[in-house]
Design a protein around this ligand. Structure first.
Ligand SMILES: [Zn+2]
Length: 134
């Protein structure tokens, strides 16, 4: 049978097969060099499969997975502690001593909103599939 007759049949079979069963295609090409000269070959084919009671069903259970998620943290006020500030001075004899310039205190500062990376638990749903691979 020539390629011109086979090609429309292959196209028709490829169009009809997926509607009723799972199909897997295969496409390949090759070159062989021998005494007779250079030979080109091509492979075009597909297999179909219908699930039956022999096809075992495998269910992989769901699970929790830790995932890095970027969350926008809104702007807010923070209370910070400002330590006391001392200054070294010298008396008339040249001995150093500390003088309190500014006492310790707390201040409210505004922190701008920014994106923060957090780790969150994400549920991965269970998967049910056939063991036959289709
Ligand atoms: Zn099957």
């Amino acid at each position: 049978m020539s390629m011109r007759r086979i090609l429309p049949l292959l196209v028709l079979a490829l169009l009809l097969a997926p509607a009723t069963a799972e199909a897997r295609g295969r496409l390949g090409a090759g070159i062989s060099i021998g005494k007779g000269g250079v030979r080109l070959s091509a492979i075009l084919g597909f297999r179909t499969h219908r699930h039956t009671s022999c096809c075992a069903v495998i269910t992989r259970p769901g699970y929790w997975r830790l995932e890095a998620v970027t969350v926008f943290q809104p702007g807010h006020y923070e209370t910070i502690h400002v330590p006391a500030r001392f200054e070294t001075r010298y008396d008339s004899c040249g001995n150093p001593f500390q003088v309190l310039v500014e006492p310790a205190c707390t201040r409210q500062i505004w922190v701008e909103g920014r994106p923060v990376i957090e780790r969150q638990r994400v549920w991965v749903a269970p998967v049910t599939e056939y063991a036959c691979g289709y």
